[in-house]
Write a protein that binds this ligand. Structure first.
Ligand SMILES: Cc1cc2nc3c(=O)[nH]c(=O)nc-3n(C[C@H](O)[C@H](O)[C@H](O)COP(=O)(O)OP(=O)(O)OC[C@H]3O[C@@H](n4cnc5c(N)ncnc54)[C@H](O)[C@@H]3O)c2cc1C
Length: 438
């Protein structure tokens, strides 16, 4: 008898768990409430432009979980590596190299002299060699203050974290999370890579594996509640009736979990995570009829904490001769939903466009503007904790997504938590509960 696993949520987390279990021969049914798969990882065609949420940038791809999945599931992913030579910090009065390579570090003006550059290089070595690990309960801002590190080095570390963690307030990142993240990123030879064809091509690949393995995907099926019997999940109530199974993977964001687990034995375990804030950003992407030549494909405005990427320089996503620029402004939690503030940040992005893409307004063909998009469903700041992949109170309910404990940030959390869920289900074999890894 094949084991039946029900996966709820067809974003990157749900799709990757379902594809992996289906590939090893499990009977998987994936349920997604939307008509389309992908969740936040969607590619939306508009007037011939393919708009994605984010530049579908994968960090440290050589050691990433998506790379593991690519190999295990034989996914066809076209990787396009980010070119650090075409990336700049905009310091207001001048542009300067990002210290993403040795050459960049040598040339950059964010660190003023050779001595501070050497100090920064030493910090990288110390991080990679695990000599710096941070301290539980201490933010990286506070940790830097106590450490007495050179001010410019601190500032550059926080600037890097601002873009890697998509945050306006990098100083609030827990210091232990900060060092774990950079221990991995500083070791990589592929700091940032894009997926050719955008999120849509990856989603299509995961869908292909699920279907080719004989498992099932049901879209437009919303889970309304969860049924429990003797402390285990026995089924989920959907718009199409009850669906039963042996193992259940919930790859839906915390707010939705709060609703569907209401009145169940897991309600109190899930409750604390419903209070945590998401990491919302403002998105302003533009499609241009005609390419405006610019020497840079990525510019980070260090003062405004806004970045733009010429994604069309990396992957075809426009009509012939066009250009697609993606821009994101990081937001503080209290700024989310504030229309006046959003207008100010939008202007900051437009100023960046005006400066680096002269004439863009005349070439504007399509745009995608969102004041509030969840780049990560639980923001890693202060004492906000990511959810565990499993609670001791229930042996057959698992959780995956960018709000669940794993490796990295953003989609890497979805892939890594999904991978761990797959491992736990596979370890149980066909006989039921065996162990809970600590
Ligand atoms: C602006 C922006 C830029 C980004 N840029 C990057 C980037 O460059 N690199 C990167 O790695 N990541 C990036 N991300 C983050 C990345 O998109 C997410 O981490 C990832 O897509 C999350 O996938 P998920 O499966 O964990 O969650 P989701 O995508 O939220 O998937 C959850 C799924 O569950 C479904 N669902 C919800 N409720 C129910 C229900 N009751 N029944 C059935 N189904 C339900 C939803 O419809 C959805 O499909 C960005 C995100 C944004 C918004």
């Amino acid at each position: 008898m094949k084991k039946k696993t029900v996966v709820i949520g067809g974003g990157l987390a749900g799709l990757s768990v379902a594809a992996r279990l289906a590939r090893v021969g499990q009977d998987v049914v994936l349920l997604e409430k939307a008509p389309k798969l992908g969740g936040r990882a969607v590619t939306i065609p508009l007037k011939g432009f393919d708009f994605n949420f984010g530049a579908h940038a994968i960090y440290s791809r050589d050691s990433s979980y998506i790379r593991k999945l690519e190999k295990e599931l034989r996914l066809n992913i076209g990787w396009v590596d980010f070119d650090p030579k075409k990336a700049r910090y905009d310091l207001g009065d001048q542009m300067t190299e990002m210290p993403a390579t040795l050459e960049g570090l040598y040339k950059t003006k964010v660190l003023l002299n050779g001595a501070t550059k050497a100090r920064f290089a030493i910090e990288i070595v110390k991080t990679v060699c695990l000599l710096e690990r941070g301290e539980e309960g201490v933010s990286i801002g506070e940790w830097f203050r106590r450490s007495g590190k050179h001010k410019e080095v601190q500032d550059l570390m926080l600037t890097l974290a601002s873009s890697n963690f998509f945050t306006q307030e990098p100083e609030r990142i827990p210091s232990t999370v900060f060092f774990k993240y950079y221990q991995r990123l500083f070791r990589t030879s592929k700091a940032v890579s894009y997926i050719a064809g955008g999120w849509g091509s990856l989603v299509a690949e995961l869908e292909r594996v699920i279907i080719e393995s004989g498992s099932q995907i049901m879209t437009k099926v919303k889970i309304e509640s969860v049924l429990f019997q003797q402390g285990r999940v026995s089924g989920v109530v959907t718009s199409e009736g009850v669906i039963e199974g042996e193992e259940f993977v919930f790859a839906v964001p915390p707010k939705e979990l709060g609703k569907i687990f209401e009145g169940t034995p897991l309600q109190s375990s899930i409750a604390p995570y419903l209070l945590h804030k998401a990491n919302n950003v403002l998105v302003y992407d533009i499609g241009l009829h005609k390419r405006i030549e610019t020497p840079y494909t990525y510019i980070y405005d260090k003062n405004a904490r806004v970045f733009m990427t010429d994604i069309s320089a990396y992957t075809p996503c426009t009509p012939e001769g066009g250009q697609l620029i993606q821009a994101v402004a990081y937001l503080k939690s209290e700024e989310v939903g504030d229309r006046e503030h959003a207008a100010v940040r939008k202007e900051a992005i437009e100023r960046l466009f005006d400066k680096h893409l002269p004439g863009w307004r005349e070439q504007l063909a399509a745009k995608r503007y969102t004041e509030r998009a969840a780049a990560q469903e639980i923001k890693v700041e202060d004492d906000q904790q990511l959810m565990p992949v499993q609670f001791h109170a229930c042996s057959n309910a698992f959780f995956a997504g960018d709000w669940v404990q794993g490796v990295g940030q953003l989609s890497e959390l979805s892939f890594s938590s999904g991978y761990e869920v797959g491992e736990r289900i596979l370890r149980k074999g066909n006989t039921g509960w065996i162990e809970l890894a600590v």
